[in-house]
Design a protein around this ligand. Sequence first.
Ligand code: ADP
Length: 175
Amino acid sequence: MEVKVGPSTLELVEGDITRQDTVAIVNAANKHLRPGGGVDGAIHRAGGPAIEAACRQLGGCPMGEARITTGGNLKARYVIHTVGPVYRDGCHREPELLASCYRESLKLASANGIKSLAFPSISTGVYGYPMEDAARVALKTVTDYLAHHPEIERVRLVLFGRAAYEVYGKALQEL
Ligand code: ADP
C-alpha cells in the first residue's frame, strides 16, 4: 500500500526490516544503544559487529532522540537508532516522545542526504505502545514531515506480521 505526499512516497509493507534496500533503516533501540531483543537484536545479528562497535562510540541516546551509524553488512548503508518511549498509560508524554522518534530520525536522514528510509513500528513490542495509537502517531508525523521535506523520496513502514500491517493500513485510510 502506498500514498504520495507531494513528490514523496509513503509506503506500508509487511516484512522484515533487516532485508530492506532503502539507504537507511531505523532501529527501535534502547537508550544504552546496546544490542537487545526484538527488532534491535535482529538488526545487530544481520548487520554484524560493525554496528555495535559504532554504537559503543556514541555513549547512548536519550528517549525521543536519534543517532546514525553504519549499516555494517546490511543492504542499507546506514542504521538510524532511535529510542522510543516505554508506554505507561498514554499520559506520560508517550505520543510526543514517539512522534519525536520519527521526526528526529527523518531529520538525520535529511541532514545526511539520505533519500529513502525504512521504519519499524517503534515502541509497539517490548515497550508496550498500543499498535492503533502508535500507528496514528507514526503516520501523522511522517506525512507532516514529508509535506515539508521533498528531499526525502521514500519512507517505508515495515510491519512485522499481517496484524500489524492491517492496523497501519486502517490508520492510513483514516488519516
Ligand atoms: P520496542 O522496544 O521499541 O517496543 P521491539 O523490537 O520490541 O521494540 O518491537 C517493535 C516492533 O518491531 C514490534 O511491533 C515488533 O513486532 C517489530 N519487529 C520485530 N522484529 C522485526 C523485524 N525483523 N522487522 C520489522 N519489525 C520487527
